[in-house]
Write a protein that binds this ligand. Sequence first.
Ligand SMILES: [Mn+2]
Length: 233
Amino acid sequence: MSVAAIYDIHGNYYALKAVLKEIEQYDVQRVVIGGDLVWGPQPREVMDTLMKYKDNFNFIMGNADREVAFSNKEEKAQDFVVDLNKWCAEQLTDTQIGFLKTLPESYTIYIDGFEEVLFVHGSPRSDTEAIRFDTPEEEVLEMVQGVKENIIVCGHTHIQFNRFIGNKRIINAGSVGLQSRAKGACWLLLDKKAYLKVTEYNFEEAANSILLGECPFKEDFAEHILNPPHVGP
Ligand SMILES: [Mn+2]
């Protein structure tokens, strides 16, 4: 069995389309959508696409899905994040919001060549806790304490990695739509081995389509796609 893990799409419709197209090339039996689906410039297009797979893909909730789905329409915009939570929620149908509200925190599956694999958004104990490529080992060990699976797939920090810490293997799938460092849509293929994939797509076309939309801060999203920030060494 091979599995594709698609994390942190963040409302980037062109990046999602490119990854869905690429995974058709592989004999993928299962797709895990690792949270943070809609917070970004094209939430409706992304959600319309993903809902077609709602009975086939396995979804888990990201912090941003929770914040969008439960955003308070009456709340005054205080900052960028709150402002965008509200805007994203307004773009979605009630069914789509309802779907986001019911997503589970984690997903576990046995994969050939890997044994049981636990999928979470942030860390096993919180969808907002970041496991980064350079988080000190002792901090990571604390986050995974008590987890029975030895292989953990996460996202949230938008940079791919594959780390072996103690008896745990932790793989960050990276971000499809709002990646740092890599130029392309980042995802993970588990097919006997772990492959950190970067799928190129038409960045100019994606940026232009975002700029034609109504998303607040759309210029920032377009710029991020054209010139992903380089974070870390
Ligand atoms: Mn997140």
